[in-house]
Design a binder for this molecule. Structure first.
Ligand code: ATP
Length: 236
């Protein structure tokens, strides 16, 4: 369990997160919704140790991790699937995947087994294993970004808007993959603009507006239409 309490993150004088608190429960899919500019990506980057919180606490199974640097956060098992995939375009699919296991590079046997498992999970990546990642379609690059994160054997997967820029049918496919990972007991924190899909899959969700968590709950127990309007438009 990751407990985030009263996190403040700023860009210079601009406060992006103004006291964010939320829980990411073990073995579930926790979703963060919110309009553009709410601070969703900033929260992912703060958890990942790429941005430093000005104040607040983040406890992973009781251990304080706020203030750790990005590689140390990965070492704790918190791995990010970044927005817009950010695969290495001039490296092959296979090498992109292997790059995901960088923190365990000495464990050659384990890395080889995990690579096989990821290629098993994503047959399309197996077919394209020797192809440069930059030549993949958007959906395939998203699968590669997920596969690369899995290569790090994550305890918690942070996913930043995996549906961005993808056709609806591909979005469906990506969500099926996310649902499958959740069913396998993986802990996932998903930031999404696509509130309809996210609420279909989430066990728990939060709404972030202007750097504040303004709502938290269980899908199905709330009026989705109103929530979706707020998530998209920031309407009140
Ligand atoms: P989107 O859905 O559009 O990606 P978001 O909810 O992820 O939005 P963030 O990207 O976290 O929002 O941005 C939160 C706030 O911080 C915004 O007001 C944004 O303008 C500001 N911000 C983000 N990055 C920077 C930066 N590098 N420098 C200054 N301000 C920034």
């Amino acid at each position: 369990m990751l407990e985030i309490r009263d996190i403040h993150t700023s860009y210079g004088k601009i406060a992006a997160l103004k006291g964010v608190s939320l829980d990411i429960a073990d073995g579930g899919l926790t979703c963060l919704l919110g309009p553009n500019g709410a601070g969703k990506t900033t929260l992912i980057w703060t958890i990942a140790g790429i941005l430093k919180a000005r104040a607040g606490s983040m406890k992973l199974d009781g251990e304080e991790i706020a203030g750790l640097r990005a590689p140390q956060i990965v070492g704790k098992g918190i791995v990010t699937v970044p927005e817009n995939r950010l695969v290495f375009p001039e490296m092959t699919v296979r090498d992109n995947l292997i790059a995901g296991s960088f923190s365990r590079r000495k464990d050659k046997g384990g890395v080889a087994r995990d690579l096989e498992e990821v290629l098993e999970r994503f047959p399309r990546l197996r077919e394209r294993a020797n192809q440069d990642a930059g030549t993949l379609s958007g959906g395939e690059q998203q699968m590669l970004a997920v596969g690369r994160a899995l290569m790090a054997r994550p305890k918690i997967l942070l996913m930043d808007e995996p549906s961005t820029g993808l056709a609806p049918i591909i979005v469906e496919e990506i969500f099926q993959i996310i649902g499958q990972l959740r069913d396998e007991g993986k802990t996932i924190f998903l930031v999404e603009q696509n509130a309809h899909m996210a609420l279909d899959y989430a066990d728990h969700f939060y709404l972030l507006e202007q750097g504040h968590v303004t709502f938290g709950g269980v899908p199905g127990e709330v009026d989705h239409d109103e929530l979706i309007q707020r998530a998209y438009l920031g309407a009140r």
